[in-house]
Design a protein around this ligand. Sequence first.
Ligand SMILES: Nc1ncnc2c1ncn2[C@@H]1O[C@H](COP(=O)(O)OP(=O)(O)O)[C@@H](O)[C@H]1O
Ligand SMILES: [Mg+2]
Length: 359
Amino acid sequence: MAVAHTLSLHNISKYYGKLAAVDDVSMTIERGQFLTLLGPSGSGKTTVLMSIAGFVEPSAGEIRVDGRPITHLPPEKRNFGMVFQGYALFPHLTVADNVAFPLTVRGRPAAEKAEKVKAALDLVQLGTLADRLPRQLSGGQQQRVALARALVFEPDILLLDEPLSALDKKLRAGLQWELRALHRRVGTTFIYVTHDQEEALSMSDEIAIIRNGKIVQKGKPRELYDRPVSHFIADFLGESNFLAAEAGEASGDGFAYRAGGSSFRQAGARPAEARVLVALRPAKIRISTAEPTDAVNRIAGTIKSWSYRGNEFHFLVGTALGDMNVSQPTWRARVEPEEGLGVWLAWDPDASVVQRELV
Ligand SMILES: Nc1ncnc2c1ncn2[C@@H]1O[C@H](COP(=O)(O)OP(=O)(O)O)[C@@H](O)[C@H]1O
Ligand SMILES: [Mg+2]
């Protein structure tokens, strides 16, 4: 469909009085990417997206498309599509007329409109519902109409602000797959805003995590999940156990550290500072009743509580390192869960990551 463009933000800030809703954000979004802006509520996601769209004027900085500044260009001159959480369809217009709207305001001839509306509706698999009114559609179908409307004029970039958050969980999962597939089909840059970690991890080529108006880490979903640069990110992108540790001697391809009165090993370079925080995902810990004598890192503990979550067990295990969260696929569990049961926890030196930043 449309030709994708490279978008870049250069030191963008937006102040409301003294509040920096967006605080010195710079990033490049390569053409054709699916980039997700992920952050808690109030972190500045919508303000960044609205600055890109042209509805919010940045207090400082520059926005460029293929190197050309567009910071002060009005929204209608940017040729970006937008989809919001609310569907914002015209209730008195049919599906076809809703989708045709952007072409109508651009004064396109009827024949071209009919052809493009049909193509856009086929793209979101709504070809058979063209004559319905919005109220005759489900929430998921209405959001697909909004998508078709945002894509019908072949935008250079599609901006999506929490488009699935009004839908129930099952429907949302279905539309996540569809949006991914749609992105591959049209090849346009998608900039997607969400506060939902799982959604971000499953859909994106790249994720930029935003906190207090600042981008704190940007990378591929697996990089962010496996190598979070801060406590905040390790915690925000799923759960982690944090071990306050003292780094020791470097040797081989890693180094030793002490925590809770015992010694453990960590893969990778020894950090410059001695006091470190080791982050360990619950799913990367093995649990057993027998001592795993061949495990490099192991510690004894007691099951304090546990829960069954269908495909996995969740354990809270009291140890000399403090309470540890452990999750285990039910099919692989080597422990019959029971409160008060003595267990062993084990993990590999490369299962954990050392946090560079103590925040
Ligand atoms: N028009 C506005 N006037 C004043 N403050 C605003 C305005 N828009 C957003 N803010 C504030 O800026 C911060 C970021 O808001 P927003 O970008 O909507 O966050 P998010 O989309 O991540 O929830 C919040 O503290 C919010 O209250
Ligand atoms: Mg928002």
